[in-house]
Design a protein around this ligand. Structure first.
Ligand code: IPE
Length: 264
């Protein structure tokens, strides 16, 4: 069974402090992934992670998501790449230390964008890594863009490209929030299942993000997933909180837990 798991930037970094990784949380998540893999040896996994207070802060400073043309914007893109890579290095090392055979596939070096969309990623090498029992890692990164020079490729955008080619059974999105709330920002009521039709009435109530977030926060995450579910019927995505201990292990094993299923 193939699962894509994203560890959101808000979960693995302190979004109120620039370039601050939550090492303890990353360590706990790595232990949960290792445990789930031991319990389900047939679990194949593509791991993704966001950029939180690493890439988002620099990306906002240089406006990378709007395109890259001036020399200052090009240098800015390289700076966003560098800080996104710093966090990736931390995640890779912590997961490797937990015994997970991770191998990075950088969207910035292996991918290509067009008008802000991901149009190429090395899905075949990634498939081979999966077949060899490895855990390929992608992450929120910069990407060269044939129309705009450069762009920001969110983990979800890379997942969407890869999902069409690798056909995962489900996509798990672990963040700080318990799911998609129907009463944002109060956040008491988690919507258990969200379809395109529900979304048309709820759209205005689901918020963006309180801190710097160049890839749009919860509303754009839901939109992106609904688009993907529309094009890949049968695929489901699950948005849940990775903050509660054990939740990620349970989600990987397909056990019941609080969160929002997104489906066609
Ligand atoms: C953002 O990636 C990438 C950069 C800003 C460089 P994501 O959209 O996947 O990250 P989070 O989860 O919002 O932090």
């Amino acid at each position: 069974m193939l699962v894509f798991l994203k560890l959101g930037g808000s979960l693995i970094t302190d979004k109120s402090l620039p370039r601050t990784a939550r090492q303890d949380v990353i360590g706990r998540l790595a232990a949960e992934v290792a445990q789930a893999r031991r319990e389900r040896p047939d679990l194949a996994l593509v791991l993704g992670h966001g950029s939180g207070s690493f890439g988002h802060v620099e990306a906002q400073r240089y406006g990378t998501a709007r395109g890259v043309s001036t020399p200052a914007e090009w240098r800015g893109m390289a700076e966003v790449w560098r800080v996104a890579d710093l966090l990736n290095r931390i995640v890779i090392d912590v997961f490797a230390e937990a015994g997970i055979p991770v191998m990075r596939f950088s969207p910035s070096s292996g991918g290509m964008g067009q008008s802000g969309r991901v149009v190429a990623l090395p899905s075949e090498p990634l498939r081979m890594a999966l077949e060899g029992g490895l855990v390929p890692v992608v992450y929120g990164d910069v990407m060269l863009d044939q129309e705009r020079g450069g762009m920001i490729a969110s983990t979800e955008a890379s997942f969407a490209y890869l999902a069409a080619r690798l056909e995962p059974h489900r996509i798990l999105l672990a963040g700080l929030e318990r799911g998609v709330y129907s009463d944002f920002p109060r956040g008491r009521t988690v919507i258990p299942v969200l379809t395109r039709r529900d979304w048309d009435t709820l759209r205005g109530q689901v918020g963006g993000s309180v801190n710097a977030d160049v890839t749009g926060g919860m509303a754009s995450k839901v939109e992106g997933m609904l688009d993907l579910m529309g094009s890949l019927p049968g695929l489901r995505a699950f948005i849940y909180s990775g903050e509660s201990a054990g939740a990620t292990r349970r989600a990987l094993l397909g056990e019941e837990l609080e969160g929002t299923w997104i489906r066609d």
